[in-house]
Design a protein around this ligand. Structure first.
Ligand code: ADP
Ligand code: MG
Length: 713
């Protein structure tokens, strides 16, 4: 290693560090190398990028003699004895005697039998926890334990440990220290220009690496983390911005003539004023559509935020200049609902037509799903080909099958998560000349910064405001059989008032068959007992689509009072008279899903309620969240927090991912800054010709998989 460092000039790059085998460090023999490799460390870069899980701040450390019952303390102690005991309930208890020079205490671990193997006599450990009094002597129960070994210093880094891998946290710390010392003479290359660093208050990269592994203070540790997290985010953003710019350069869009009066007439004919958020989104879309680059925009808004109006405005922008618009939904049922909704919105709207005696004609809107067949289908297809159909509504199959458009100008896609890159590519291939503008609508509330990262190649418009006058949905938690009985009583009284209700059956992720069986059982039970006086229907995914449609029609027509269903009703179902949503075994659902389900009610003028039923009364933070908030964006943030998605990709990605430190929740501001800097860098230097360090780091650290994940989601 010393060779490499001495013969080459300039600061060490991450690429160079990645080429230095870990075995070249002093003290790493064959056995240690194998262990390190199992741990995931093969080279010096991987070593330096193994960041501490946390730090033990020994400036807060206390002496055992000074600790008293009731107090939260950090103690650094030596293990003096370990004893394992079987309890009456066959569980194991581990008692550990520990002490420092000033006194001793007992630690009791319940349900952690492995502690008996982990904690051996002589080991030095840091323990954090609350001191208790146990028959006159001091005790701690299930404290947080960090093995700190012979590490001294005020702040001790604690590295991730697993039971299998035999590398201790202090061994890693010592190797990191050695590696950093050897880098000292050349330093480590920093891709972020000094001016940005100063403006954003970021410490230098080498300083940050030293401080994250061996900080002088907790402030220094946090500054270091922030700097290194910024590096991760910058790499991702530069890559995304580069792709976005490349797409813009290489594809030509349609320069729509926006600002005509069609959209204005549409808006003024609405029975309500637009929300500020809708106005803003329409303005952003119109600006995109008027430019010569194809639009790639994500429209996100909570359930009921009024996305359809915005989508229709986009379609009309295209129609006004003589192009066509297409609206695509993930399922036929949803396409039909959109068809009905959009026709109603555009009813009576005319467009200019020079060939027509009156100088104008009504808009032509057609539905194209698999259920449109024979002569009807032929007419729609002909109308699309000759340009007489202005707006077509269908499923994603619209662009995938050989449908011929005269001039497709704008495409709106409902529900992003089912519209992947392949479909986007198909869309681009749809037209030999200009690429139609694309608007993707999603009701999945994604925090803005997450959207910026996950959909980094799309621009984002957010409808972050609900139309006024909605009666908020009151959400209650019903725990246990008594509370559940009360729920059914509420359902009956709402029905007596003329309202309708949904009952959603337990989610069984493992098997749709089981889920269907459970829905059937729930249906039988409710229809025979609690809801026997009501007209109850059943809806699930295994029913033939004609059966599903018949049931939905009956519910819409109020021939059914209660609809027992699986999560098939999660998207799009819109029955304003339904005011009660009951979710059974609600603790089996995630926050986002519960929020989507709840969005099926609260669509009319009557006050709505949502009952989250659980069989146990164990506190559940997801249910608490739903009870406490109806704001989808806020819930999305809580969701991220609860799932512990500290780092962006922890759930989607295993193995070497570049995003180790950056957190969607904590680093919101940093994501925005990284995106700004990325735009500036890429716009000044699209191929990164002058940013060799950054370019090679992206190539080195951002795997193909990271990139794909980012655009595919
Ligand atoms: P989303 O698709 O975002 O869930 P929709 O577009 O289906 O929401 O709109 C939900 C309901 O709100 C519809 O009945 C729609 O007519 C109504 N709506 C939309 N915008 C407004 C507005 N600005 N003021 C009042 N009601 C609105
Ligand atoms: Mg909608």
């Amino acid at each position: 290693m010393s060779q490499v460092i001495e013969t080459v000039d300039g600061p060490l790059t991450l690429g160079e560090l990645a080429q230095i085998d870990i075995a070249r460090l002093k003290g790493v023999g064959d056995a240690k190398q194998r262990a390190l490799s199992e741990y995931g460390i093969h080279d010096v870069l991987e070593l330096l990028m193994t960041y501490p899980r946390r730090w033990v701040d020994r400036t807060n450390q206390q002496r055992v003699a000074d600790a008293f019952p009731g107090q939260e303390v950090l103690l650094v102690v030596e293990v003096r004895g370990v004893e394992e005991r079987q309890m009456r309930n066959r569980r194991k208890m581990v008692n550990v005697r520990v002490g420092d020079g000033t006194g001793s205490l007992r630690i009791t671990f319940f349900n952690q039998p492995w502690r008996a193997r982990q904690l051996t006599v002589g080991l030095v450990i840091a323990i954090h926890g609350k001191v208790e009094d146990y028959r006159g002597s001091l005790q701690m129960t299930n404290p947080v334990v960090d093995l700190i070994g012979d590490r001294t210093g005020r702040i001790v880094p604690i590295y991730p440990q697993s039971e299998k891998v035999r590398v201790t946290t202090w061994e890693i710390a010592a190797l990191v220290e050695q590696a950093l010392r050897r880098c000292d003479s050349r330093g480590i290359a920093d891709p972020v220009p000094i001016s940005d660093r100063e403006r954003l208050g970021l410490v230098g990269r080498f300083e940050a690496l030293k401080a994250i592994h061996g900080p002088d203070s907790m402030t220094a540790a946090n500054d270091a983390r922030r700097r290194l997290a910024f590096d991760e985010l910058l790499r991702v953003q530069v890559e995304l911005v580069r792709r976005k710019r490349e797409l813009e350069r290489t594809s030509r869009g349609i320069q729509h003539v926006v600002g005509g009066d069609l959209v204005g007439r549409f808006v003024s004919a609405l029975p309500f004023p637009l929300t500020t958020a809708q106005q803003r989104a329409i303005a952003e879309i119109s600006e995109d559509m008027g430019s010569s680059q194809p639009m790639h925009r994500l429209l996100q808004g909570d359930v009921g935020a009024g996305k359809t109006i915005v989508a229709v405005a986009a379609l009309l922008n295209a129609v006004e200049g003589g192009h066509q618009g297409a609206l695509m939904a993930p399922t036929e049922v949803l396409a039909e609902q959109h068809g009905t909704g959009v026709r109603a919105l555009l009813d009576g709207l005319v467009i200019e037509d020079g060939d027509n005696l009156f100088g104008e004609r009504p808009l032509r809107i057609e539905l194209l799903t698999n259920r449109v067949t024979g002569q009807d289908r032929r007419e729609v297809l002909a109308g699309l080909a000759d340009g007489s159909v202005d707006i077509v509504i269908g499923t994603h199959a619209l662009i995938q099958e050989g449908v011929d458009f005269s001039s497709l100008g704008a495409v709106v896609v409902d529900e992003q998560h089912r519209f992947g890159v392949e479909q986007r590519a198909a869309l681009r291939a749809k037209s030999d000349e200009a690429v139609p503008d694309l608007l993707v609508m999603t009701a999945t509330p994604i925090p803005r910064t997450a959207a910026m990262t996950v959909y980094g190649d799309l621009d984002v418009s957010a409808l972050d405001e609900l139309p006024p006058g909605r009666t908020p949905i009151a959400t209650h938690w019903a725990a246990g059989p008594l509370a559940e009985a009360n729920v059914w009583a509420t359902v009956c009284s709402e029905v007596a008032e003329g309202r309708q209700a949904y009952v959603v059956c337990p989610l069984i992720e493992e098997s749709e068959n089981l889920e269907v069986a459970s829905a059937e059982e729930t249906f039988q039970r409710l229809a025979a007992s609690e809801l026997s006086d009501l007209r109850v229907g059943l809806l699930h995914g295994r029913m033939p689509s004609a059966g599903k449609e018949a049931t939905m029609d009956a519910f819409r027509a109020r021939e059914l009072d209660v609809l027992v269903a699986t999560t098939v009703i999660e998207v799009g179902v819109d029955v304003p008279n339904a005011t009660v949503m009951v979710v059974l075994d609600a603790d089996r659902f995630g926050i986002a899903q519960l929020h989507q389900l709840r969005g099926r009610v609260g669509r009319g003028t009557h006050a709505s309620t949502c009952w989250l039923v659980t069989s146990s009364d164990n506190v559940n933070p997801r249910i608490d969240a739903l009870v406490g908030s109806t704001d989808g964006f806020e819930l999305a943030e809580i969701d991220l927090e609860l799932r512990g998605e500290g780092t962006l990709m922890s759930s989607a990605q295993k193995g070497r991912s570049d995003l180790r430190l950056a957190s969607l929740r904590r680093d919101r501001e940093l994501i925005e800054r990284a995106r700004e800097v990325a735009f500036r860098i890429v716009d000044e230097d699209p191929e990164l010709a002058n940013s060799e360090v950054l370019r090679s780091e992206i190539a080195l650290l951002l795997s193909e998989r990271d990139g794909d994940y980012l655009t595919k989601s």
